[in-house]
Ligand binder design. Structure first.
Ligand code: CP
Length: 303
């Protein structure tokens, strides 16, 4: 039985197959409409979510399956002190596959070690968010036609942003991907990721001003400052509006540069950018449904 804890759990070849399946699902959704008939997905969300939980639920419903779960730890027996190990053993009696989000790093991994069904990490603290990475990679592959030979800027909260950590790990496996990390000093990319890039001799630079690098980017991955991971409100307030992508900054970018964002957005992308054809963050959400459908089919060994 396979789980998904980290995007690196799938080889590049396996990811290619997964993305091919997602593309086929997009082309011919009817072909897949009953593939999960009789199967149940449990969504166990100990942290807030809009996209990840609802796109998993939509994915399972699109496949003809059904969904159970909770979206608030306070309404589950976690509020009475139940451990994730016990909860997943219980959920294994009810469902065929589980997507779990938890504020504690490693909690889905603990659940997977005690589970009788595949567990998908739907985000664990400031650590990893592998299905967002699958979404990001599918979006890039679909809209750029490749996953290699580009310069990507990652901007904002690179310290706490789990989507950034997962994406950097995943993209480091493709050839000639150059990274530009754009953040204030306090929100720099973690040292272990810089070490990983150094070890692999992958080119990266760190800058503070977005304007200085806009012109050389093929992709810009914007992120929100993660209020829920800050130790004090004062630091959050000081840093939250450090970057605001607006029309003037978009004028400095290449004509075919794409702007991605895992969402939710707070202030870091002005709404005036939404109508720019290079802003693809809402298309990205749609790709998230296709790739989660492909993932459910793959982990249930139905495709
Ligand atoms: N991108 C993402 O994880 O969004 P949600 O927090 O709404 O699930």
């Amino acid at each position: 039985m396979r789980h998904l804890m980290n995007p690196m759990d799938f080889s590049v070849e396996e990811l290619d197959k997964l993305f091919d399946l997602a593309v086929d699902i997009e082309k011919d959704p009817q072909k897949y409409a009953h593939m999960c008939a009789g199967k149940k997905l449990a969504t166990c969300f100990y942290e807030p979510s809009t996209r990840t939980r609802l796109s998993f639920e939509t994915a399972m419903l699109n496949l003809g399956g059904s969904v159970i779960g909770f979206s608030d730890a306070g309404s589950s027996s976690a509020a009475k002190g139940e451990s994730v190990s016990d909860t997943i053993r219980v959920i294994s009696c009810f469902a065929d596959i589980c997507a779990m989000r938890h504020p504690k790093e490693g909690a889905p991994m603990v659940a997977a070690s005690r589970s009788g069904i595949p567990v998908i990490n739907a985000g664990d603290g400031g650590h990893q968010h592998p299905t967002q990475t699958l979404t990001d990679l599918l979006t890039i592959r679909a809209l750029k036609g490749r996953l290699d030979n580009f310069t990507i800027g990652l901007c904002g909260d690179l310290k706490f942003g789990r989507t950034v950590h997962s994406l950097v790990n995943a993209l480091a496996r493709y050839s000639n991907v150059r990274f530009v990390f754009i953040s204030p000093e306090e929100l720099r990319i973690p040292g272990y990721l810089r070490d990983m890039l150094w070890d692999k001799a992958i080119t990266f630079e760190e800058v503070i001003r977005l304007e200085d690098v806009m012109g050389k980017l093929d992709l810009l991955y914007m992120t929100r400052v993660q209020r829920e991971r800050f130790f004090n409100e004062e630091d959050y307030v000081r840093l939250k509006d450090f970057y605001i992508l607006n029309k003037a900054k978009m004028d400095l970018a290449k004509e075919d540069m794409l702007v991605l964002h895992p969402l939710p957005r707070v202030n870091e992308i002005s709404v005036e950018v939404d109508d720019d054809p290079r802003a693809v963050y809402f298309k990205q959400v749609q790709y998230g449904v296709y790739v989660r459908m492909a993932l459910i089919l793959t982990l249930l060994e139905l495709a």
